[in-house]
Design a protein around this ligand. Structure first.
Ligand SMILES: Cc1cc2nc3c(=O)[nH]c(=O)nc-3n(C[C@H](O)[C@H](O)[C@H](O)COP(=O)(O)O)c2cc1C
Length: 249
């Protein structure tokens, strides 16, 4: 079963109106929370959003991606040292987790749990979609979800019963992402080889045409993930890390 789940999965962005019951969600979350975490500190939290009011508030912060309002369940995974810090202080221990390294530690914990939740959900036939908009709009999501100091949202996952079965997207050949013993840097020829199949796909050509570009890479650099946006949202995120208490050296 897990083989099929992993090999046949695809992101689902359209969900049926059927709800996901609490028992099933609980079962998935219990499995997800079995993921490894740094020193078993479990420095993450998961906010479950089912209610229309909060979903409507979250929607523009995720650039109105329809999955937020259409999926029965929205999960926001947060890097969270708040709970652990409180435990330390209540037990005569001085926490030293107000720094960038600790943010990364907590973000890694949150993401490992998120992905394990996704696999557990997909194994039950549910569909999931990650939303990268979380790190773009973390400052506003913090307000809506009332996240205290020490807590930063790092990713969001929408969850529901699939109402579509899209084509499976491509992957680079395994050889493109695997290095044996040490990193072997890519020659121009390697890049041509590894991206040839992706670039030849009809959906890639459609993408290029729709966006009036010459190459697929330009769709990424000039349209989807532009430098000016990256720089703008980087600054916002760095401010979030400061505001949430993670940048004290
Ligand atoms: C961190 C992360 C952020 C993502 N953000 C979005 C998003 O904002 N909107 C969306 O529709 N899909 C999003 N996705 C889904 C990816 O587009 C998708 O995983 C990728 O195209 C590969 O498709 P597959 O998951 O069906 O194999 C995100 C995926 C990840 C891992």
């Amino acid at each position: 079963m897990i083989n099929d789940t992993l090999l046949n999965r695809r992101t689902i962005r359209k969900y049926s109106s059927e709800s996901v019951d609490d028992k099933l969600l609980n079962d998935i979350l219990i499995k997800g929370c079995r993921a490894s975490t740094t020193g078993n500190m479990q420095v993450y939290s998961i906010i479950i959003t089912r209610g229309e009011t909060i979903k409507k508030e979250l929607s523009p912060l995720h650039f109105n991606q329809k999955m937020i309002t259409e999926a029965p369940v929205v999960l926001t995974f947060c890097a969270d040292f708040n709970r652990f810090n409180k435990w330390c202080l209540q037990r005569k221990a001085e926490p030293g987790y107000d720094n960038f390294l600790s943010f990364i530690t907590a973000a890694i914990d949150a993401l490992l749990v998120a992905q394990t939740v996704c696999i557990a959900a997909e194994d039950k036939g549910l569909g999931i979609c990650y939303l990268g908009t979380t790190t773009y709009m973390a400052n506003k999501i913090i307000d809506v979800l009332k996240l205290p100091s020490g807590v930063v949202p790092v990713t969001t996952v929408t969850l529901g019963w699939p109402d579509e079965k899209p084509e499976q997207p491509d992957r680079l050949p395994l050889e493109a992402v695997i290095h044996r013993d040490t990193y072997k840097d890519y020659s121009n020829g390697d890049i041509d080889n590894y991206y040839r199949e992706k670039e030849a796909r009809p959906d890639s050509w459609k993408f290029i045409k729709e966006n009036n570009k010459e190459t697929l890479a330009q769709v990424f650099t000039d349209v989807r993930y532009k430098k000016e946006d990256n720089v703008y949202f980087s600054k916002l995120l760095l401010q979030v890390l400061k505001d949430q208490g993670f940048m004290n050296q």
